[in-house]
Design a protein around this ligand. Sequence first.
Ligand code: SF4
Ligand code: FES
Ligand code: FES
Length: 223
Amino acid sequence: MTKPKRNQPKKARLIPLQDGPLLYENEVNPEGNVIYDWHGNEISCEEPVCLCRCGGSADKLFCDGTHVKIGFSGRKESDGSVNGGRDYAGKRITIHDNRYLCSHAGFCWRELPAVFRKEARPWIDPDAADPEDIIAVIEKCPSGALSYSIDGVEQKDPERKPAAIVAKDGPYCLVGGIEVVGCEPRAESVSTEHCCCCRCGSSKNKPFCDGSHDRIDFKDAKD
Ligand code: SF4
Ligand code: FES
Ligand code: FES
């Protein structure tokens, strides 16, 4: 791992390189640039590492230069800062939602289908469950698409050590306040602690995942 210079603050950050990979460096985590796969196994990286975000590398998770051959564009097509965000005010809790950040992990609609109703409009009913149960589900949301307020006070983010976790057939899920360079402050999201970054190359809200990996049926080679 590259050692930080004296007096320089340690960094945990992801740098989206123009029309290329995500450069990941994590000096804050005592274990360094560790990445966790979807089984929870550690993939140790000695140095800052280039992670594929075009979806085309034959050596996933790592960039093998394919982005050049396929003419990958890292351009953001949607303006998540001004659209996609909506509040659903209930009697005891207000749920905040930004569809442009949802990574389709599905914790919400699988665990509380009465509140998060895939087929209904509006799709969120904040009064259909106890706030404690809603909070427990929102705390599992990896992308920051969901958050909540009670009595006008926004949720506190969890405190976790910085780490990158790879979702099977999906995005890179960042926790622990890893900076996504060029995207701060994260106007799209209440959370500055966690977010999901696109790995398949098809998000319209790059560098963030917007769930498009489902639409294109993005697949990892390994289980
Ligand atoms: S990312 Fe969050 S909002 Fe999207 S499906 Fe998963 S839990 Fe629901
Ligand atoms: S970003 Fe380089 S191969 Fe995908
Ligand atoms: S990984 Fe989710 S949109 Fe690309």
